[in-house]
Write a new protein. Structure first.
Length: 32
């Protein structure tokens, strides 16, 4: 049970990280 929870937390964290990076990329592109 705790293993699946750990995997889910890691997946959510990765998705949030990817979303932040993509958002930063879009800001840089629109700024230049």
């Amino acid at each position: 049970m705790w293993y699946s929870h750990l995997t889910w937390t890691r997946r959510v964290h990765s998705e949030r990280l990817i979303r932040t990076v993509l958002l930063a990329d879009t800001r840089l592109v629109s700024a230049s």
